[in-house]
Write a protein of this length. Structure first.
Lengths: 477, 374
């Protein structure tokens, strides 16, 4: 993976830039010691590392604005950072960049239950947003598995999803407004406590723009009343095709589960060995969860069970209690950890039309043999968002490269069957060079033009999302 | 000449030497009147893909909305964001196209629960102001590959490009619906009732006050709707009655289409505010003797005022500048629309971004120029 050559002139001016940043921030908010900047050398895509020029930790929108003004005047690239849990290398610095971390911006600014919204500073973690409102019976719906650590800022930048987005949508569907600092330091308000835009939907554009259009410092989020209860059913099948057909039938039936999770045999075996959740040893397993009162749940589960039975499952376990629910979820929740026990893994994130599930799983199986690398599949089946986990050995020379090539082939397959490269993790640096398989040059050029409008000097997270060659002249100017 | 393919349309835009008035079904006579040659998408029709099991539909932009709704209904599905039929309100004819629905982000009462058109649009193909054919998004539910131009195009009223194809997420038509109604609440009390219902775990899919009636909608499986209706009646909606079936559905289609204002004269505003601000805003405008319908729990105010002077634009927008929100002049005489900004004026930095984007997507400024303001 290539990153741009750092600008020697910026590296040479490090002291001056650090001084200027220190002059606009409180003591201790500029991290420039080479040992300390290593904290910011990577995100959760740990294969790639590079310490930044320095990192800044502003605590207010005004401080973020001051930082952006300095960096703009100095022509220094800025890489915004939330909690650094990106799996796509979105928060990976370059040696000539300033990491702008929003971790100190973590206050709740306003909770308004009558209007079902909360306004927070963007560094607040996802789970602690729900934490701030749950006593009143509310929650913030998007629930990435990383929710304990990841920040709302990163969620907005990546338009993150979660297990429950089948019913509640992803970040963009739950985001009502942002305060954002532009590349030149200007502060703009987009959206707010009201719905939709009176003009162009800039909020929709900002969400998912991977830190390239502005630095989000505050967010207005939609909160929802917690359902009375939730319970899953676990169904095992002896083929992926049948499991796929079952998913499709459930969706068609008009029941809207909050989650339909899918695990294939390699993944089931790994999690069984790791967590011992008592999963059946079968080809494919579905966990389908519904919400409501006890009676409503019974009614919905009965309908789902009826549909599932028509597909001759090898196992069917309906939860009747909180303990049984926890047991059903246990394996799914430990899937990543279980795979990690076996080996290093790379987690992919392509999305496919649900109807292509059997074909794609079969092809992944074939490619796994060709590449000689094991792969387990665990994913959000209701919306076709796949997470193939490719196992490799980071200490074995050439294995990472082989794994990346395998991953790229899987993602290209996703695009080929009518899907996309990334459903929720973002492009970052990881899938940058694959963008050409989904978009042609004109499609990419209009996106670059959008960045030109927000960040004419291309200082915000400039080496991400687009193939480096396509952005070279812009970054250089 | 009828344009029947995307390539035709692109060619027509390349060949254009002046402003173009982009038109779908022509059911929305709104915005500052655009002086330009008509560019119609009506020849670009047809559903190109429909997978009920994947909840997705792809259609060419000129496909009549009614054709799509019929097709979906046959599979027990629908466009959940509830686009309205504004013909009676606006006194227009024609048939709405799916491209027009997406171009205007047309969304009805269910917006508060499931989202707007923008939340259901998965992908677009469009032709920009230079005649370039572009695509963004796709036909899958989750997609964060590159910038979300799908959202940007949705609700851009044909000022950034002409949509040629859209992919949509669809949802099942629920087994049943019911509405809890209560007569004679003040607007403030109604909004409080709505907030209580929307803040309950009972999955309310509509909350409005129309013709003096507060209405709370529930949809879903039969048992579940009955259970939730009772829970609300026993709780925060004490004193509300239940209306079921066709009578319930009629209430919401009337609301969606703003039927109470259809036969009456005057200018009509569509105002989006924080729900609890709705009634106070209307009270502030008392000197205009407005007629108001509250949707979205109070957050969407349909306001009918006399079509005189600026139709209240200054007053409404002054108020909104303090409380936040936006007001669009949906219906007014051409003269009023020519002199009053129909779309909500944007603060300078936002307006600069908007103009910057327009200049990239339509450098010649030929697509619906002036429609959304400068
Ligand atoms: C201000 C306003 C707010 C509205 N709000 C709502 C609402 O809340 N709920 C609701 O249900 N309905 C609403 N509507 C109505 C909504 O716009 C129509 O329902 C829509 O379906 C019109 O379809 P049409 O094909 O008749 O479009 P037309 O009347 O032909 O066009 C409508 C607008 O969309 C543009 N347009 C049409 N087709 C395309 C295309 N293919 N590509 C690019 N641009 C195109 C046109 O240039 C025009 O600006 C609103 C209308 C207005 C004027
Ligand atoms: C174990 C694990 C499980 C995960 N599960 C999920 C999951 O279920 N669903 C899912 O969607 N993702 C998941 N992720 C990915 C990751 O957690 C999300 O992408 C998350 O939103 C990143 O948030 P962050 O605060 O850590 O952002 P960071 O990693 O710090 O940054 C991510 C991106 O956001 C940008 N950014 C950060 N702050 C700002 C700001 N203030 N303004 C503008 N841009 C900014 C950065 O520049 C970068 O491009 C998972 C990751 C891990 C490690």
């Amino acid at each position: 993976m290539q990153m741009p050559t750092p600008d020697a002139a910026i590296l040479a001016r490090k002291d001056q830039i650090v001084k200027r940043l220190q002059s606009v921030l409180p003591d201790g908010a500029v991290v420039h010691d080479p040992i300390q900047t290593r904290v910011y050398e990577c995100d959760a895509l740990t294969a790639y590392k590079c310490p930044p020029l320095c990192a800044v930790l502003p605590a207010t929108t005004a401080e973020v604005s001051a930082v952006m003004r300095v960096c703009h005047e100095e022509g220094v690239p800025v890489v915004p950072r939330g909690a650094g849990t990106s799996l796509a290398g979105g928060a990976l610095p370059t040696a000539d960049s300033v990491i702008l971390g929003v971790a100190r911006l973590n206050d709740v600014l306003e909770t308004d239950y009558a209007n079902r919204m909360i306004r927070v500073q963007s560094g607040r973690t996802n789970l602690s947003v729900t934490g701030a409102v749950e006593e009143e019976g509310f929650f913030y719906a998007p629930d990435p598995s990383s929710q304990l650590a990841c920040a709302i800022a990163g969620n907005i930048a990546m338009n993150s999803g979660g297990a429950h987005c089948l019913k509640y949508g992803v970040t963009t569907n739950n985001l009502m407004g942002v305060t954002m600092v532009m590349a030149d330091g200007e502060v703009v308000e987009v959206g707010g406590a009201h719905l939709d835009s009176g003009g162009l939907d800039l909020l929709g554009l900002i969400c998912g723009s991977e830190g390239q259009l502005g630095v989000v410092t505050e967010a207005t989020l939609r909160i929802l009343a917690k359902p009375e209860g939730a319970r899953p059913v676990l169904v095992g099948f002896d083929s992926n095709e049948v499991a796929g057909a079952c998913v499709s039938d459930i969706i068609k039936s008009g029941i809207l589960p909050v989650a339909i999770e899918f695990m294939d045999r390699p993944c089931i075996r790994a999690t069984e060995a790791f967590a011992g959740a008592g999963y059946p040893d079968c080809e494919a397993l579905l966990i389908i969860e519904v919400e409501g009162s006890d009676a409503e749940i019974d009614d919905q589960l009965a309908r789902i069970v009826k549909i599932a039975r028509a597909h001759n499952p090898v196992e069917l376990r309906e939860s009747t209690s909180a303990e049984e629910s926890a047991k059903i979820w246990l394996g799914r929740k430990s899937a990543f950890g279980a795979m990690g026990q076996i080996n290093d893994y790379m987690c992919l994130d392509g999305t496919i039309p649900v109807s292509e599930l059997p074909l794609v799983l079969r092809r992944i199986g074939e490619m796994s043999k060709e590449y000689g690398l094991d792969v387990g599949n665990v994913f959000h089946a209701g919306d076709g968002n796949m997470h193939p986990l490719i196992l490799f050995d980071a200490n074995k020379p050439g294995d990472l490269e082989k794994c990346e090539a395998f991953g790229a082939d899987i993602l290209k397959l996703c695009v080929e069957v009518g899907g996309c490269l990334t459903g929720e993790h973002g492009v970052g640096v990881e899938k940058r060079d694959l963008m050409v398989s989904q978009y042609n040059q004109t499609d990419l050029e209009i996106q670059l033009a959008v960045k030109d409008v927000f960040d004419p000097a291309w200082l915000l997270n400039p080496a991400k999302v687009f193939p480096l060659a396509s952005t070279e002249t812009r970054r250089a100017s | 000449m009828t344009l029947t393919t995307e390539a035709d349309l692109a060619e027509a835009i390349v060949a254009a030497n002046g402003p173009l008035r982009v038109q779908g079904g022509g059911t929305r006579d709104i915005g500052a009147p655009v002086d330009g040659a008509e560019l119609s998408t009506r020849g670009l029709t047809g559903v190109t893909l429909y997978e009920p099991g994947a909840l997705t539909l792809v259609a060419r932009a000129g496909t009549p909305l009614s054709e799509i709704e019929t097709l979906l209904a046959a599979e027990g599905q629908r466009l959940a964001f509830e686009p309205g039929d504004m013909r009676a309100l606006l006194g227009t004819k024609g048939a709405s196209t799916i491209g027009g629905v997406i171009a205007t982000n047309a969304s009805g009462p269910r917006r508060i629960q499931v989202g707007a058109a923008r939340d259901f649009c998965l992908g677009v193909r469009f032709v920009d102001g230079q005649g370039q054919v572009l695509k963004n998004g796709g036909r899958v539910m989750k997609n964060v590959t590159g910038y979300d131009l799908v959202k940007l195009m949705t609700g851009s009223w044909g000022t950034l490009g002409v949509l040629t194809e859209v992919s949509l997420k669809v949802l099942a038509i629920p087994e049943t619906e019911a509405t809890l109604v209560c007569e004679g609440q003040s607007a403030e009390t109604a909004v409080t009732s709505m907030a209580a219902a929307l803040g309950s775990p009972f999955d309310v899919t509509g909350a409005a006050q129309m013709n003096g009636q507060t209405m709370i909608r529930l949809e879903g499986l039969e048992q579940s709707v009955a259970y939730r209706a009772k829970a609300l009646q026993d709780g925060v909606l004490n004193g509300f009655d239940v209306v079921e079936g066709a009578a319930s559905a009629a209430l919401w289609s009337d609301l969606r289409d703003v039927t109470p204002f259809a036969g009456k004269d005057g200018a009509v505003w569509r105002i989006s505010v924080k729900p609890s601000d709705g009634p106070a805003l209307v009270r502030e405008l008392g000197t205009m003797s407005p007629d108001a319908i509250y949707d979205w729990g109070g957050g969407l105010v349909w306001l009918r005022v006399a079509d005189e002077g600026d139709a209240g634009a200054q007053m409404i927008r002054d108020d909104l500048s303090h409380i936040g929100g936006h007001a669009t002049l949906i219906r007014a005489s051409a003269a009023t629309r020519a002199s009053v900004p129909v779309f909500h004026p944007e603060p300078a930095p936002i307006a600069a971004l908007t103009q910057g984007l327009r200049a990239k997507f339509d450098p010649r400024g030929i697509l619906n120029p002036g429609l959304m303001g400068a």
